[in-house]
Design a protein around this ligand. Structure first.
Ligand SMILES: [Mg+2]
Length: 343
């Protein structure tokens, strides 16, 4: 099987401020896997070094090191191919791109969307949250009002970046009492800071606070001391985190899990441990978001799923969004494979 790589850059229309710094653009690696019959599957690597410490060059080198293995792979199935790559270098952000391309190829070969290969009755659409990225109260209010008008029922704000109370209050005032407000601190707080901040922000009415602090022990303590539901995102990468029972929900990402196959396995583990699971993009490109939509459509037919953070493609400028949210949902792409074209 032949591996081709192409570098792509997507710029955000305006920088996304997070507790780990502003994100202005995304450098992605488009992966094409072509088999002997000439059938190509497409995947994408979307490393975000500021988020999880794995950089673009490291992922590129890992993907290049998989090429000889894939080249001599005739006769191996998708799972065996992925394992062969893992033997060369076990880097989830790179393996995810291979895994996506293998699923895309499998779906194209079968003439079916990937979600239909994962589940016998995938949902036709996935509930997603809007992201309120403005740094100031007026901007947040404007984004919140627009999101509710567009049909979103869950709105997410980054916190731990300044004027949290003002922005949360502005979002609630503009969104009205019905909208779910979700906060993401990206681990900005210590246990004490998290408890203080959540107690102070809770009267606005919060659905969930994601990653208020980093680490399993700290998360367990915060959860015991606050009345708001909490979830883990970055901390989900820690050994044993998926079944640790330190949060009400776990946010899973295609890239960090190492692809669709591993994400579905991780989601099953989370649910068995009694927590809910939802998916988000790491500001992925179209193929990464599509893969997560397929996984969410399959998983949400098997249990409740909080809104997913997948309505992120609209944050990019000069990208014709192939998965535009409508009425707060992204429709499952029904074309064979991942259902979106390489970009
Ligand atoms: Mg997060």
């Amino acid at each position: 099987m032949r591996l081709d790589l192409a570098r792509r850059t997507l710029r955000l229309a305006s920088p996304l401020e997070t507790a780990y710094g502003p994100v202005r653009e995304r450098e992605l690696l488009l992966v094409a896997l072509t088999d002997r019959d000439g059938l190509t599957g497409y995947g994408e690597a979307a490393p975000l070094e500021a988020y999880d410490g794995v950089g673009f060059e490291r992922v590129r080198r890992a993907l290049e090191s998989y090429a000889p293995v894939l080249d001599g792979s005739e006769g191996l199935n998708g799972g065996q191919l992925l394992e062969a790559c893992r033997q060369v270098e076990d880097l989830p952000e790179a393996l995810a791109a291979i895994d996506l391309a293998l699923w895309d190829r499998a779906g194209r070969r079968a003439g079916r969307p990937v979600a239909a290969l994962l589940s016998s009755d995938p949902r036709e659409r996935v509930a997603v949250n809007a992201t309120l990225s403005a740094r100031d109260r007026a901007g947040v209010a404007e984004q919140a009002a627009r999101a509710v008008r567009e049909g979103f029922s869950c709105l997410k704000l980054k916190v731990g970046i300044g004027d949290d109370a003002g922005r949360v209050a502005a979002a609630r005032a503009a969104a009205g009492p019905q909208a779910a407000l979700r906060l993401d601190a990206n681990g900005a707080w210590s246990v004490e800071e998290a408890v203080r901040a959540i107690d102070a922000l809770a009267p606005a009415g919060l659905e969930l606070v994601e990653e208020p602090t980093h680490g399993l022990r700290a998360m367990r303590e915060v959860r015991e001391r606050v009345a708001v539901r909490v979830s883990i995102d970055e901390t989900a990468a820690e050994h044993g985190a998926l079944s640790a029972d330190v949060a009400d929900a776990v946010c899973l990402k295609i890239s960090r899990c190492g692809g669709l196959s591993a994400l579905v396995a991780a989601a099953t583990l989370v649910r068995l441990a009694g927590a809910e699971v939802y998916l988000a993009s790491t500001l992925d490109g179209p193929l990464g978001v599509a893969a997560a939509v397929h996984a969410a459509a399959a998983l949400s037919s098997r249990g409740p799923m909080p809104h997913c953070g997948l309505a992120t493609l609209a944050l990019f400028e000069d990208l014709d969004d192939p998965l535009p949210p409508s009425d707060g949902h992204i429709a499952l792409p029904m074309a064979p494979g991942l259902g979106v074209a390489p970009f």
